[in-house]
Design a binder for this molecule. Sequence first.
Ligand code: DC
Length: 228
Amino acid sequence: MENGAAQPVIVAIDGPSGTGKSSTSKAVAAQLGLSYLDTGAQYRAITWWMVTNGIDIDDPTAIAAVAGKPEIVSGTDPENPTITVDGTDVAGPIRSQEVTSKVSAVSAVPEVRARITELQRSLATSAEKGIVVEGRDIGTTVLPDADLKVFLTASPEARAARRSGELKSTDVQATREALIKRDAADSSRKTSPLAKADDAVEVDTTELTLAQVIECVVTLVEEKRAGK
Ligand code: DC
């Protein structure tokens, strides 16, 4: 760029669990000096609030009625992403087994999605240098005009092994089943399901190291910036 100031760039990274979305997105953002948003953490945060406040997770009407209540704030520094609900740091509790098992039901409620989508768009448009946003429906619904859309995939075996490693669990089979169940729920819901945008670049990470996936996405962003 002639004046040396790069235009803000918006990168959408979607895909199912265990494909390396978070690690890749954070590293790409840090490497390129961009902001970073973990949209799954936002859905987990609203789920944590529902559970903490005794809302019946099996009752979409009850969830919809209170979807606007919690104040969810995401810190977008890729070196130190934060998430609070009504001022409480929930970074730890949102990774609990209970929240993980309930997040698909809560995130399928249209009122929840509308609320969280609005937050996501506002963060993306206010990121000065640009942002890497990771999720399930970023390229299709939240930011359909993103400069670059990447869809990460991996075999169910590779995804289960990675998640088991993160959770320090030895039961890879149980992790695989829970993961497949959650992906099926996320892909089959009516409102903005997990899906690859037509113009997304698909990257199969099964045989790649994390460093290779990061390099691949950084190259894709740089090519976009160079107008290739
Ligand atoms: O990325 P994750 O596993 O932390 O996401 C948790 C859940 O949040 C996932 O099972 C589905 C939901 N989610 C969603 O519906 N839309 C997004 N953009 C991101 C996550």
